[in-house]
Design a protein around this ligand. Structure first.
Ligand code: HEC
Length: 189
């Protein structure tokens, strides 16, 4: 009787740990599912979906807000008043100016370097770029308007992303509201 109980217990323990192992393996390897869900949770602005692929928008939010740090340079100031985590305050992104650019990063060979407005323009294109222009810009670092190399933007890092991830970022940027920077950006030439 005692032996049967021991065997049964050992069996249950064994099944239990296989179950746990399977569970942790599946949450480590759930593809983009958890990132998409997290992306929707952390988006600091309302999103417009229209005909967009929702999964790409969610993934894009995750990549922009939890990985890419776009807000650090493209929102000026990055955090809402009294919500700056660097000052020990609770974090709240400056939704009113979210990704509208206007932050100055010193002076380059052809004038002041200012982060651009990457929210959708009147035609709904983020930073006024088509998907092809956006993809080429991130992959090469060359601005299609000026034909100059971007000097501050960490495109040498982002250029190694999968096409699907870049597309997700692009679709997310199409889904956020248009915003304007607090102060007019300096002339770029
Ligand atoms: C370290 C600061 C920094 C970070 C981080 C950053 N950017 Fe930039 N970005 C800039 C600056 C400054 C410019 C203006 C050009 C330059 O770099 O010289 C720019 C330019 C751009 C442009 C070109 C716009 C145009 O009109 O041609 C796009 C698109 C862009 N950024 C998207 C992004 C995205 C998306 C992210 C996050 C994945 C990001 N940036 C993260 C600083 C940054």
């Amino acid at each position: 009787m005692k032996t049967t109980l021991t065997i049964t217990l050992a069996f249950l323990l064994c099944v239990g740990s296989i179950g746990l192992a399977t569970l942790s393996a599946s949450s480590d390897n759930d593809g983009d599912g958890a990132r998409i869900a997290r992306g929707f949770k952390i988006a600091p602005v309302p999103l417009t979906f229209a005909d967009r692929n929702r999964d790409l928008v969610g993934l894009g939010s995750y990549l922009v807000n939890a990985v890419g740090g776009c807000n650090d340079c493209h929102t000026n100031p990055s955090y809402a008043p009294l919500h700056d985590p660097f000052a020990g305050q609770s974090k709240q992104i400056n939704a009113d100016r979210y990704l509208a650019g206007g932050r100055v990063f010193g002076v380059g060979p052809s004038g002041p370097i200012v982060s651009r407005n990457i929210t959708p323009d009147v035609n709904g294109l983020p930073a006024g770029l088509t998907w092809d222009e956006f993809r080429i810009l991130i992959r090469t670092g060359i601005d299609p308007d000026t034909h100059r190399t971007l000097l501050v933007m960490p495109w040498p890092v982002y250029q190694d992303m999968r096409d699907r991830d870049l597309r997700a970022i692009y679709e997310y940027l199409r889904a956020i509201p248009h915003a304007e920077p607090a102060t007019a950006p300096l002339p770029s030439a």
